[in-house]
Ligand binder design. Structure first.
Ligand SMILES: Nc1nc2c(ncn2[C@@H]2O[C@H](COP(=O)(O)OP(=O)(O)OP(=O)(O)O)[C@@H](O)[C@H]2O)c(=O)[nH]1
Ligand SMILES: *[C@@H]1O[C@H](CO)[C@@H](O)[C@H](O)[C@H]1NC(C)=O
Ligand SMILES: [Mg+2]
Length: 391
């Protein structure tokens, strides 16, 4: 057979197939009627079919497409080798929220970011990405620190097997997150930040812009998880905080959340803190004289190097003492995981509306080692319905 004729037959066959497909799909109203009949007369279900659940029409819609945006950015401190772990985090933040908002993302590093890091992250983020180098002065021992004494402490903490006890870089990281990231030139362009760490998970749609929520409701700091700090990492942190309180009473809020931090009205610290690997907060608050005075005072006391103060208790003490109760927000509806803890929203309706994929029994909020219950008591908030079942 001549090849020309064979091709003609192929083309005619393809045309016929497409035509059939067109008629079949345009008569889909008939199909819907048949499904409807099945739903109404359950006796007609073939055995093994329990029922057909129509797609729910209620619930919460996906975040609306670009509406009003707040002056805000995501911020991540990372090393070049963190690229694949931060890629996982970004993908989830984008899928659950930012793909409809396109907020910027600032990456900070004590070393220059390499091409792979920049290529991978800028491809994933739907907003602008910015890469910043941390100045040496913000990532080194300040001149008032006795480095021999600091080295001795690291040796002792390493022998006691205290987590990151022997690490210099971890200490620079904690100090940087405590006192400097919000002053990086790239961060000066924004009023709000959302901190994202490598390898986190988000389990629910984020149906309301958290930045806008903070701005509209007069919030300055927020959290999803809270817990007790290791005593060995902060033996004198409270002494230092108390010294600051007595030297700067003008910075202490009248309606503060001291009850979250202390069970004896400020005498001792109960080690409760907000877990700062997740934070949505006000940069202007961190840049305020109150916070800067606080950080400067703690920094001079040397505990970032002579102990191993974490940025989580440092931020938490600041928020609880210098903000008003209602300026700190607990995001029940942001489902979050950072090894080893999960915040899965309390309340089945919330979890279904937001298409959550976390197991509610993994929720850490109401377990014994969480401080979230104390936070609710300290600010006089009613615990959400169903919390007793998750203890
Ligand atoms: N550029 C830079 N970033 C760092 C360094 N150490 C830690 N980070 C970042 O700082 C943040 C906190 O560090 P992590 O190692 O996650 O500390 P962690 O959350 O207490 O401990 P993990 O349980 O290991 O996650 C992360 O975003 C890290 O990528 C460092 O030496 N240089
Ligand atoms: C965002 O906030 C920063 C810091 O307050 C400010 O300098 C900048 O002009 C603001 N940008 C916009 C677009 O409003
Ligand atoms: Mg981490």
């Amino acid at each position: 057979m001549p090849t020309g004729a064979r091709y003609l037959r192929y083309i005619l066959f393809a045309f016929f197939t497409l035509a059939c497909f067109y008629f079949y799909s345009s008569s889909s109203s008939g199909l819907q009627t048949r499904t409807g009949t099945l739903n109404e007369q359950s006796s007609l279900y073939p055995s093994g079919v329990q029922g057909i659940t129509p797609k729910p029409t209620g619930g919460v819609p996906l975040p609306e497409a670009d509406g009003i945006r707040v002056n805000a950015t995501f911020v991540t401190l990372a090393r070049n080798h963190d690229v694949w772990e931060i890629a996982r985090s970004i993908r989830q933040v984008e899928d659950r929220f930012n793909r409809n908002y396109h907020y910027d993302w600032v990456f900070l590093n004590d070393q220059p970011f390499d091409d792979t890091f920049k290529k991978v992250t800028s491809a994933l983020v739907s907003g602008n990405t910015k890469y910043g180098l941390i100045p040496k002065e913000h990532w080194s021992f300040p001149e008032w620190i006795d480095e021999k004494k600091a080295a001795q402490v690291r040796k002792e903490m390493s022998e006691k097997k205290i987590i990151y006890g022997d690490s210099i870089s971890y200490r620079h990281m904690c100090r940087y997150e405590s006192g400097f990231f919000f002053r990086h030139p790239l961060m000066l362009d924004y009023e709000w930040y959302w901190r994202v760490e490598p390898s986190i998970e988000l389990f629910c749609d984020i149906s309301e812009d958290p930045f806008k929520f903070m701005a509209d409701n007069g919030k300055k700091y927020s959290f999803t998880l809270s817990l007790y700090e290791y005593e060995e990492t902060i033996p004198t942190l409270w002494k230092s905080a108390k010294k600051f309180m007595s030297e700067h009473p003008e910075h202490i809020a009248e309606d503060n959340t001291m009850a979250f931090l202390s069970d004896d009205n400020g005498e001792t610290y109960n080690r409760c803190h907000f877990w700062s690997n997740f934070e949505v907060g006000s940069l202007n608050w961190l840049r305020s004289p109150a916070y800067i005075d606080y950080f400067t005072s703690l920094d001079k006391d040397g505990g970032f190097f002579y102990e191993r103060w974490g940025d989580a208790p440092v931020h938490s003490i600041a928020a609880a003492l210098m903000l008003k109760k209602d300026e700190i927000h607990f995001f029940n509806n942001i489902a979050y995981y950072h090894v080893p803890f999960t915040h899965c929203p309390t309340g089945e309706k919330t979890r279904l509306d937001l298409k959550c994929h976390c197991n509610p029994s993994d929720n850490f909020d109401w377990k014994g080692y969480s401080c979230t219950s104390r936070f609710f008591d300290a600010v006089g908030m009613k615990k959400p319905e169903g919390y007793e079942d998750e203890k």
